[in-house]
Design a protein around this ligand. Structure first.
Ligand code: FEO
Ligand code: CA
Ligand code: CA
Ligand code: CA
Length: 617
């Protein structure tokens, strides 16, 4: 029998109102629990979290990081109530991280306290933590052997075309086989063989080059002045700290072999694979999937004997959408491989990276980023840039040369498990002054979600726009999908399907036309059920707009991001990033009382039904 091409799910909750409070909102009959907030000890090496900001860098290296983002649940022993939660930590809030904000010399402007900088580096990266559910309540299992942190200082192996090339030679890794740190881990993915993918997004802002810059680093935006947090202030170029901090200052002049980190930034900007089940296995950066500001990484619908496909957006204004197609053909037996990293080597090191060109009439073409591809000026990528490794290090520059379509900030992708259609959030682009078919709105404040179906070959696809963000009171040029008070949203960002066919849409919105009505939120829709009279998939428009329902609203000042499920769908996990004055208690819905100011903590929220049945239906 062929697999079903339409979900049989209908949403079982009413859209909830917008909300503007220091608590989360959920539908009637649900509850929401705070789990694994920033600073939760993973083992006995970390002191308990202190609400005065005085935990040390060593505490932070053994505790949950800050500003939770993408996430995935990996079951243990096939259980629905026992597993490993992998959580990205995108960036930090120095004012919350330290007792009174970051140490800075008032005269020189330089950072002064070494342990603070180490704590900041350790608050980035990924947490792997074992969690268990008892009577509907989840708890962190402290000291579980799977618990571990990957931080801005952890050693990673390099793989794929850039590994062992001159691009990666540093004082730390003379053969170009390793690098240290994963930074600005935003969206995520997982693999069909049970590993976690963490995506390096705004990493160029952590490295400074005050001198001559490579074309690749100039294109991607490596900092030319001071960096985001000033970690380079401790570069110092003295022997004692050369190894630890010189790598954040990649200025190529005035360096010696002892601290030659001119190539350090080339070790960043990748999809990173982590095997949560193997606590002693290093993480691996998969360079074949490109080097840019990766938002997420999502695999396409699997078919035995066909390549494995991954999609990843580059989140900056006018940047591109990419897909990677493996050389190896999918074998279902690999889903249960016991050597998961070797399986990753099989599918993620050798393949073709493509960038998308969206054409008129809903058609599109994937353009291969390989040396032989003809560029828009009639030469080839090889003539312009060199080898495959050279092309990958400058992925965005290569995409410019082949005429890819500049998009309105590509964020997460999600694949409908029934139809195989792929959805991509385009969060906003207020600087757009020239429309193209896939990005039709000038000064796009509210964003949209585009989708496509792959064509008969690896290079063809067809696309349409699924929904446009808008305030409910937007005019007919603005509110193109007929949104109402019950589902108005802007700046879609996090996006995921659960295997039942529900698509979950999360927002990271700054457009006041919507923020004056509601905080950031999570909505749900079952796209495979929206069909026209001929049985073709139909976008969300005024005649079916109530199929998009608001499920969750976050507390003030936050962004809602990251979504995961227990295998029995009784628990849905979502992350609250950069809350303003939350969480007040373990009950995520409890509103911080007026007049009480608390040290905010990013956290996971577990949403479940009071009666213990499946979430969403
Ligand atoms: Fe870190 Fe593109 O959101
Ligand atoms: Ca994001
Ligand atoms: Ca965003
Ligand atoms: Ca964010």
């Amino acid at each position: 029998l062929p697999p079903p091409t339409q979900s049989d799910i209908t949403l079982g909750f009413d859209s909830i109102p917008g909300s503007l409070t220091d608590g989360v909102s959920i539908p009637q009959g649900y509850r929401a629990q705070v789990l694994a907030p920033w600073g939760t000890p993973l083992n006995d090496k970390a002191a308990p979290w202190k609400d005065d900001g005085s935990n040390t860098s060593d505490d932070q290296a053994n505790a949950v990081g800050q500003n939770h983002d993408g996430m995935h649940f990996f079951p243990l022993n096939d259980a629905a109530d026992d597993g490993l939660l992998c959580i990205n930590h995108e960036y930090i809030e120095p004012d919350a991280l330290h007792p009174t904000g970051p140490s800075v010399d008032p005269v020189t402007g330089l950072r002064t306290i070494l342990d603070e900088v180490r704590k900041e580096i350790n608050a980035h990266g990924v947490t792997v933590v074992r969690i268990k559910r008892t009577n509907g309540v989840w708890e962190v299992i402290k000291n579980d052997p799977h618990n571990r942190r990957f931080t801005g200082a952890t050693t990673f192996d390099m793989s794929g075309p850039v590994a062992y090339s001159d691009h990666l030679v540093t004082a730390f890794s003379p053969d170009g086989s390793q690098t240290r740190g994963t930074l600005n881990n935003c969206g995520n993915g997982s693999t069909p063989w049970g590993t976690y993918l963490t995506c390096e997004e705004n990493w160029p802002e952590y490295f400074v080059n005050k001198g001559e810059m490579s074309a690749a680093n100039a294109r991607i935006g490596v900092a030319t002045k001071d960096t985001r947090y000033g970690w380079n202030h401790f570069a110092g170029h003295d022997e004692e700290r050369a190894d630890e901090f010189s790598r954040f200052d990649i200025t190529p002049t005035g360096i010696s072999a002892l601290y030659d980190y001119r190539n350090e930034a080339n070790g960043h900007g990748y999809i990173v694979e982590i095997d949560p089940y193997s606590p002693n296995q290093r993480g691996i950066k998969r360079t074949a999937l490109g080097r840019f500001r990766h938002e997420g990484c999502t695999f396409g619908k699997l078919e035995e004997g066909k390549p494995v496909v991954f999609y990843s957006g580059h989140d900056s204004r006018f940047e591109y959408l990419y897909k990677y197609v493996s050389d190896a053909l999918w074998s279902e037996a690999d889903a249960n491989s016991s050597n998961r990293i070797a399986t990753g080597d099989k599918y993620m090191n050798d393949g073709t990276l493509y960038v998308a060109r969206f054409d008129e009439d809903g058609q599109g073409e994937w353009l291969p980023l390989v040396p032989g591809t003809v560029t828009t000026d009639g030469k080839t990528l090889g003539e312009h840039l060199g080898t495959l490794a050279d092309i990958i290090v400058n992925t965005a520059g290569a995409a410019d040369l082949v005429g890819a379509t500049p998009m309105d900030r590509p964020e997460w992708c999600a694949v409908d498990p029934f139809t195989g259609s792929v959805y991509l959030t385009l969060t906003n682009n207020t600087r757009r002054t020239e429309a193209n078919p896939a990005n039709p709105r000038l000064k796009n404040s509210f964003g949209h979600i585009i989708r496509w179906n792959e064509g008969a070959s690896d290079t063809e696809f067809s696309w349409d726009i699924f929904v446009f963000g808008s305030p409910a009171n937007g005019d007919s040029e603005t509110n193109l999908s007929g949104l109402t008070d019950e589902n108005q949203f802007a700046s879609p960002d996090g996006l995921a399907f659960d295997p039942r066919g529900i698509m979950w849409v999360q927002t990271d919105n700054g457009a006041k036309e919507v923020t004056e009505h509601t905080n950031d939120q999570m909505l749900a829709v079952v796209p495979s059920r929206l069909l026209d009279a001929e049985g073709n998939q139909k976008p969300l428009r005024a005649d079916n707009q109530m199929e998009l329902r608001r499920f969750f609203v976050g507390p003030n000042d936050c962004e809602v991001t990251g979504v995961a499920f227990s295998p029995d769908y009784q628990s849905l996990f979502a992350n609250i990033q950069h809350p303003g004055n939350w969480p007040y208690s373990d009950d995520a819905t409890q509103i911080t009382p007026a007049g009480i100011s608390i040290r905010p903590r990013a956290a996971t929220v577990v949403i479940s039904k009071v009666d213990g049945t499946e979430v969403g239906v």
